[in-house]
Design a binder for this molecule. Structure first.
Ligand SMILES: [Mn+2]
Length: 417
């Protein structure tokens, strides 16, 4: 448009800025403002954090410091990073999860209002000594799924393959030095990805595989997501065959996820080698054979309705018995929660868990070696004005973050001599 009209205004504005800086009062928070741990820039009369810090200013996840990890601040190390993957061009029903990262950040504003102490887990992840940051979003094209999936893998790898800021430390019981779980023996940071439709887990698992090798997965979802492309709506092209209902099929085909043999404590409530629990499953199927395919992809299933018989304790036990001490990747589809509590999602299914139940189950994962995690399928356009879904997503991640803060990502090496 009329750049010639605007440009004198821009020049005026810039010159005004140049004359006014660093005098009258403290500057506005610059966009690349970084402070660890998070501290609001404005202080009350007695130096206290002022209450407006929660709803004013630029919103990151839980108001954490924003670090431009993928570009000019790639030299700043961290222990846990939040990163958005705004991709939603492989959804089967409702699109809109590209706005998930910004929606979840909006829903997370109040997490640190009173400081962020997690009462049941007895930890404040924001004051645990770990450096936790929001890295913004991976740039993702909405025009080309093949390229977008490469972008997500590359962005995630770029963060994951760095070394963590804090040393790994010692085992709390034996006092022995902990050893990293990674293939290269280095202590890597943990990444929490804000989706995005569930397809993003394929490139995320490719990245995870590059650091940890084959890995176990804990998958909370109302759907299987191991469907063969032919079952899941057909696949008119190679690219169409990779979508938010088939990515675990492909991850299994590519050998990214571990086959059950290395786990001693597998509970065989479904057949075949099955190290990976799906939780909250309740979808309809094309037929019973979908479960055979799910078995072949290496998953055990926990049906959503099992909560009525075995409760949250029983579900936690099933997960822990299945995964054991293995390094595990955690993927949470917001549709595992009932649409009464989280309506804003791509393929809602009634009969799900409450937000309280999922949070309880997640807290039950304390002590497990969660190497990274995601929450996906949050599509804020279908949310209520009360931000039910984005708030649920943020609170679920607060539990994940608390578990991570309590559990160092290392093991004690038992000397076999
Ligand atoms: Mn899913």
């Amino acid at each position: 448009m009329q750049l010639s009209v605007l440009s004198p205004l821009i020049v005026l504005a810039l010159s005004a800025l140049a004359h006014d800086s660093h005098h009258e009062h403290e500057d506005q928070m610059p966009l690349d403002y970084v402070r660890f741990p998070y501290e609001p820039i404005y202080r009350g009369i007695n130096g206290e954090v002022t209450a407006d810090a929660i709803f004013s200013g630029i919103t990151t996840f839980a108001k954490l410091p924003w670090v431009q990890c993928l570009t000019r601040e790639s030299h700043i190390p961290f222990d846990i990073a939040f990163i958005g993957a705004p991709f939603d061009t492989a959804t089967s029903y409702r699109p809109g999860a590209r706005f998930g990262p910004s929606g979840i950040r909006a829903g997370s504003r109040r997490l640190t209002l009173y400081g962020g102490y997690n009462v049941p887990l007895k930890v404040n992840p924001f004051r645990s000594g770990l450096r936790i940051v929001d890295c913004g979003d991976i740039p993702v094209t909405p025009y080309d799924n093949k390229y977008a999936i490469e972008q997500i893998e590359s962005g995630h790898k770029s963060l994951l393959q760095r070394e963590a800021f804090s040393p790994l430390g010692n085992d709390s019981v034996t006092g022995e030095a902990l050893v990293p779980l990674s293939l290269d023996g280095k202590h890597h940071p943990r990444i929490i990805t804000l989706g995005g439709d569930h397809t993003i887990v394929l490139p995320l698992l490719r990245s995870i595989n590059s650091v940890y090798g084959k890995i176990s997965v804990i998958h909370f979802d109302s759907h299987l997501d191991t469907w063969k492309p032919s079952v899941f709506g057909g696949a008119p092209s190679d690219q169409a065959a990779i979508n938010h209902g088939t990515y675990f099929y492909w991850a299994s085909q590519e050998g990214l996820i571990q086959n059950g043999s290395s786990i001693a404590s597998v509970t065989s409530f479904h057949a075949l080698s099955s190290p990976f629990p799906h939780g909250a499953i309740r979808t309809t199927l094309s037929g019973p054979e979908d479960y055979d395919n799910d078995d072949a992809s290496g998953f055990q299933r926990i049906e959503a309705r099992e909560i009525d018989t075995i409760g949250t304790d029983g579900i936690i036990k099933k997960i822990r018995d299945t995964v054991g001490d293995n390094p595990v990747y955690l993927s949470i589809d917001i549709d595992s929660i009932d649409p009464a509590f989280a309506p804003a999602t791509g393929t809602p299914e009634t009969g799900g868990w409450s937000t309280r139940e999922l949070r309880t189950i997640l807290r039950g994962l304390e002590g497990m070696h969660i190497v990274s995690a995601d929450i996906v399928e949050v599509a804020p356009a279908y949310d209520t004005n009360a931000e039910l879904t984005t708030m649920a997503a943020a609170d679920v991640l607060f539990e994940v973050l608390s578990v991570m803060a309590k559990t160092p990502l290392g093991k004690v090496v038992v000397n076999s001599v």
